[in-house]
Design a protein around this ligand. Sequence first.
Ligand code: CA
Length: 228
Amino acid sequence: MNRRILLVEDEPGLVMTLSDRLRGEGYSVETALDGDKGLTRALNEPFDLIILDVMLPRRNGFDICRSLRQQSRQTPILMLTSRGQVTDTVVGLKLGADDYMTKPFEMIELLARVEALLRRVPDVPTPPVDVYQFGPVKVDFRTAEVDCGNGPVELSALEFRLLRYLIEHRGAILSRDSLLNEVWGYNALASTRTVDVHVAWLRQKIEPNPRYPKYILTVHGLGYKFVG
Ligand code: CA
C-alpha cells in the first residue's frame, strides 16, 4: 500500500514543490492549505505521516499537533518551523511532533527525514485480500475505506490499523500488550488503557450494537478476539 502523507502548508509554491517531489518518490500526497482543513483531514483520514507547517491561517501547527495528540492520533508529525525561531521547535516537540525542519530546507534532507519517520511506523503485513467483508461491513484495504452497509464510516488512521490487525489475526486471542506493540508500535507513551479506548471507539463505528459486540469480542482477562 502506498504511504499516505498529509501536507498542511499555506505557501502555494512550497505545496507544489513538496507534493511533486514526494509523489515522485512514490508517496501518495494530500494537501490542506489552512489549519482548519488540515486538522479535519488529519482527524478523519488515515495518514502515515503529517508534514505540518507552524504558521498557518485559521489554526496554527502547534494547535493542530496538540489536538491530534489529545485525541490519541499517533500519526508521526514532521513540523516545518521558521528560521530563527528556536522556541518553535521546542514547543513543537513538547506538543508531540516527532521531528522538525527549519525553513528553508534542502529537499533531499526532508526526504530523508520523511523516510526515517515512515520507517518507525509499524510494518503491517500486506493483507491477503484487497477487500474483507464480515456481516454488512466491508473493509477496502486498498483505499482504507470502511462501509457498514449504509455508507462510508470515517476511521482514524489508528482505528484503521487496529481493525486491519484484528482482521489479519482473526480468531486469535490478542492481548492488550501485543496490540500495543503491533498497532501502536513506536509510541511508548500509550498504555493498555489506550487499547480499550480505541477498541470502544472502533466498536461504536462498526458494531451493529456496540454494547453487545458481535465481531470484536472481549476475552475476559486475556484481551480481544476478532470473529467475522
Ligand atoms: Ca506558513
